[in-house]
Design a protein around this ligand. Structure first.
Ligand code: GDP
Ligand code: MG
Length: 176
């Protein structure tokens, strides 16, 4: 939802992508600066609200995480409803999760507005030896699908804030 209440905006942003790509850990790192090495789906909260400042204006990002239901391809339309932003996450060390990106995009577009600001996120950039998807491939797919692109590591924190900031800033720019 986009609600303007007095002096701040509330943006609903959804995390999507295959199971175990690191969605919950990206949110844990961003919202609480935590990392869970052996996380199970149980750490998933429904959503987390995070205050951010964009161009001197306070904005609230309401970031939704799945509770593991993506494992059963059972992410419901309620999850997507009202979303104005999305982080579509894959794992750079598992090509299968990159191959799923198209399916996630069509699901996103089925359930939400075509204009939802979407960033393609190649997570686990710390796993250099195990990399199966190059940065160039990630960037090329993002360009072809007109998505923003970034590689992150929830483990070593790199680009995690930048990924969320990018989405929120672009939403803000569209709405202001
Ligand atoms: P989700 O199913 O997409 O929510 O994925 P989780 O956040 O539960 O993470 C799945 C597994 O990947 C867990 O064992 C995490 O510790 C691990 N993980 C998540 N992010 C990273 C990362 O950036 N680097 C590494 N090396 N492992 C990660
Ligand atoms: Mg999770």
């Amino acid at each position: 939802q986009t609600q303007q209440t007095d002096d701040y905006y509330l943006f609903k942003i959804v995390l999507i992508g295959d199971s175990a790509v690191g969605k919950s850990n990206l949110l844990a790192r961003f919202a609480r600066d935590e990392f869970h090495p052996n996380s199970k789906s149980t750490i998933g909260v429904e959503f987390q609200t995070q205050k951010m400042t964009i161009n001197g204006k306070e904005v609230k990002a309401q970031i939704w995480d799945t509770a593991g239901q993506e494992r059963f391809r059972a992410v419901t339309s309620a999850y997507y409803r009202g979303a104005v932003g999305a982080l579509l996450v894959y794992d750079i060390s598992r090509r299968l999760t990159f191959d799923s990106v198209g399916r996630w995009l069509s699901e996103l577009h089925t359930h939400s507005d075509m204009n939802v600001v979407t960033i393609l996120v190649g997570n686990k950039s710390d796993l250099k030896e195990a990399r199966e998807v190059t940065t160039a491939e990630g960037r090329a797919l993002a360009e072809a699908q007109e998505l923003f692109f970034i590689e992150t590591s929830a483990l070593d924190s790199s680009n995690v804030n930048a990924a969320f900031q990018k989405v929120v800033k672009e939403i803000y720019n569209i709405l202001s």
